[in-house]
Design a protein around this ligand. Structure first.
Ligand SMILES: [Zn+2]
Ligand SMILES: [Zn+2]
Length: 91
């Protein structure tokens, strides 16, 4: 049995996560995210996917990173090409 360090729940399915050598105990992913997930600098949401890390800062997506002046990141590399194709189809 181990106690969740966020909510204090003593749960038999609690699990450990080690980040940068520090051991954490949680009873669920929600608590783990609450404690460990980086926060997007631009919109403030928790980054629980890959996100974007640039200039030692975390962003939830390329859009937020670009808003903050990061260059060269894109969630949809295919987007521009697709837009062009769809525009052609419409005509
Ligand atoms: Zn918890
Ligand atoms: Zn964001």
């Amino acid at each position: 049995m181990a106690k969740c360090e966020v909510c204090g729940n003593d749960y038999y399915l609690a699990f450990e996560i080690i980040t940068a050598g520090n051991k954490h105990v949680f009873d669920c992913f929600e608590c783990a995210i609450h404690k460990l997930a980086p926060v997007c600098k631009v919109c403030g949401c928790k980054v629980i996917g890959h996100g974007v890390e640039a200039k030692a800062t975390f962003y939830c997506c390329a859009h937020c990173a670009r808003k903050d002046g990061v260059e060269g990141v894109d969630d949809h590399v295919w987007g521009k090409e697709r837009e062009t194709l769809e525009n052609k189809k419409l005509k």
